[in-house]
Ligand binder design. Sequence first.
Ligand SMILES: Nc1ncnc2c1ncn2[C@@H]1O[C@H](COP(=O)(O)OP(=O)(O)OP(=O)(O)O)[C@@H](O)[C@H]1O
Length: 365
Amino acid sequence: MATPIIDASDIIKDYGSARALHGVSLKVGAGEFVALVGPSGCGKTTLLKILAGFEEATGGRLEIQGKDMQGVPAASRPTRMVFQKLALFPHKTVGENIGFPLKLQKVGKAEMAARVAGMLELMHLKPEYLNRYPAQLSGGEQQRVALARALVSQPSVLLLDEPMSALDAKLKKSLQAELKKLHREIGTSFVLVTHDLEEAMMLADRICVMRSGNVVQIGTPSDIYYRPANMFVAGFIGETNFLPVAAVRAPDGSAIVRSPLAVGEPAPLSAANVSSSLIDQNTALLVRPETIGFVTGEAPAGFWLLDGEVEEYFIKGSSTQYRVRVAGLEAPVVMDLPGSIHLPANVGDKVRIGFDPSRAFLLSE
Ligand SMILES: Nc1ncnc2c1ncn2[C@@H]1O[C@H](COP(=O)(O)OP(=O)(O)OP(=O)(O)O)[C@@H](O)[C@H]1O
């Protein structure tokens, strides 16, 4: 990354005697979109508030645009925050709400009117909304006004704390698409806290996975999904299969993997499919549901094969999910196949399933 716009290192936060952040480090690049995810209470909002200047860190160092932020109040930082619960002024019009940060900056009336009108257009809000009050807008429109108010002073970093969690599913989808487009258009760095993992995968350039006040992994959505740092990350994001295996690592990073479940001699895994933190041990092979399927006839070279029986299937429209019971495995193997009018197998069928090991990942428990 070129010079990061946010450089947080070893941030500690204590609330009384309880430690909420245990030394968190995060860099955000100019124009980057980073999502913070993790279980409830892991410290996402606390980290966001420290970046915004609404909470002071107990320890560590925070630089924004190369400047130490210690003692710099929220209003003097190049950051703006949009909250989960709408914080619009109910007795101010849409125009007054959006223009409020400019009023504080003593921007002249004509310039303010022009910038507020520009924000309305950017956020696809009709010009006649200018004189309405927040209560006269839908939830999605109100959230767009909140975004407009946060962006009107042209911050370098926009901090978003679950801005879409209160919206219904359809509205959420359209606002997510708009947020992604907006991010591309304005080039501001976005840091989004979200509970919604699909949202994080869809929107972010990188995802930061937190657990109990620590960062567990920072990576691109596909790193996090296909190359998780550990079982926690793998299980947290998306449905997955864990196959218990015995692994011996070779000096070049590849691994010989054995499993009594596999049919025949499984091909070794290349270094790219083995977690760098892996030590020789009984461990788990991560196989995502969409990377495994039925094998009829001759299997493609190098495939791992398992024999089992169809326990259940679910038709989900664009995909069909199969659950296949394999002797020796606690949980059924979950497979997501593309949707089809004709079902490839029925409940009770004896089936052979298989996957390409280059799409699997070996990781420590
Ligand atoms: N003002 C506060 N005073 C005391 N403890 C707090 C305060 N704010 C947060 N905490 C505690 O710090 C920890 C982290 O909270 P935080 O709100 O950052 O988590 P989160 O990951 O954003 O959770 P959620 O996803 O539920 O919003 C929690 O244990 C929480 O109870």
